[in-house]
Design a binder for this molecule. Structure first.
Ligand code: CA
Ligand code: CA
Ligand code: CA
Ligand code: CA
Length: 322
């Protein structure tokens, strides 16, 4: 799976070798561009695409017998001049991105707009950004070039994991909850399985929600990405096994799991370089008592969070509380 597999280069500089002089090639160091500047540029580029392209909505609305339920984009021109542009069918959302995520020296936090299209609503619920999802997907550039995908066999993604810095998939992970999963997995008994009524959609992401300045084999730096997705099924995930589903460890509720670290101070004070966000930390307040022993889970799986000293902070995140 390329999206996970792709190495991320957090190098602050791109080195360009110029061979103008045969004897001693010049090395030109190009600093990374500002997140805010690229975000504005990418948004204009994506909007231009959405204004000039449509998808095969006619087929989704009145599916031909042999319809394969694949989203196909095309330009609005010629025979298709009267098609409804994507810009009128997508929805948009914002994600706040810190320049720290890309190791940029210019510190800024920039709101990024992404766009998504629900071509077919799935039968069941939406995943959270902390869930694992079973999907088929295809990744493309706005030029129509396909750089990646798993469109035959479904593949599991741990959204919380690929959301993290250096993965180049923050937008992919955070846009996924806009889609819904299908019905139950029905085993055909011959090694195959089907999922009825799975969700089908697409997302249009600025590069700040992808790889930004880190060019990949087939993705140039600062390039918006398009993903089409079939969302089959979902699994709720408790990454650190502390009894609290990871989504509930997004303490500030902003949908980003890497900026919630209750005991960051203690982790800094210890000589270790390790930093564990709450969803990856078995003792969230570093008080020596495991989170699992500071929460209560009844036989039905309902979780309660005792707050012994009544200060509004549950024991598992409260160092004051013994
Ligand atoms: Ca958060
Ligand atoms: Ca921690
Ligand atoms: Ca935890
Ligand atoms: Ca604890």
């Amino acid at each position: 799976m390329k999206l996970i597999r792709l190495a991320f280069f957090s190098a602050a500089f791109i080195v360009v070798l110029s061979c103008a002089n045969d004897d001693s090639p010049d090395v030109i160091v190009v600093p990374p561009r500002a997140l805010s500047e690229v975000a504005t540029e990418d948004d204009a580029e994506i909007r231009e695409y959405l204004q000039t392209h449509f998808y095969n909505y006619d087929e989704f609305e009145n599916p031909p017998a042999d319809f394969d339920y694949k989203i196909v984009f095309d330009t609005i021109a010629g025979d298709n001049a009267s098609k409804t542009a994507l810009i009128n069918q997508v929805q948009s959302a914002q994600i706040s991105v810190s320049s720290d995520e890309f190791g940029l020296s210019e510190e800024e936090t920039v709101s990024h707009t992404y766009y998504y299209l629900v071509a077919r609503e799935g039968l069941n619920e939406n995943p959270t950004v902390a869930d694992s999802v079973l999907v088929r997907y295809k990744g493309s550039l706005l030029t129509g070039f396909d750089f990646d995908g798993s469109f035959i066999n479904p593949i599991w993604f741990d959204l919380a994991q690929i959301q993290g810095p250096g993965q180049g998939a923050r937008g992919f992970a955070e846009a996924m909850p806009n889609f819904k999963r299908g019905g139950d997995v029905i085993d055909n008994g011959d090694g195959t399985a089907i999922v009825e009524g799975f969700g089908i959609g697409a997302m249009f992401l600025p590069s700040g929600l992808g790889f930004f300045n880190a060019s990949q084999a087939e993705i140039p730096a600062y390039t918006p990405l398009v993903f089409t997705v079939d969302l089959f099924t979902i699994e709720e995930t408790d990454h650190d096994g502390d009894g609290i589903p990871s989504i509930l460890e997004d303490v500030n509720g902003d949908g980003y799991l890497y900026n919630d670290n209750t005991d960051e101070e203690q982790e800094q004070e210890s000589n270790s370089l390790a930093r564990f966000s709450d969803f990856l930390d078995v003792d969230d307040d570093a008080d020596g008592t495991r989170t699992r022993d500071e929460i209560e889970i009844d036989e039905e799986g309902n979780i309660t969070f005792p707050d012994g000293d009544g200060d509004g902070i549950p024991d598992y995140r409260d160092r004051d509380n013994s």
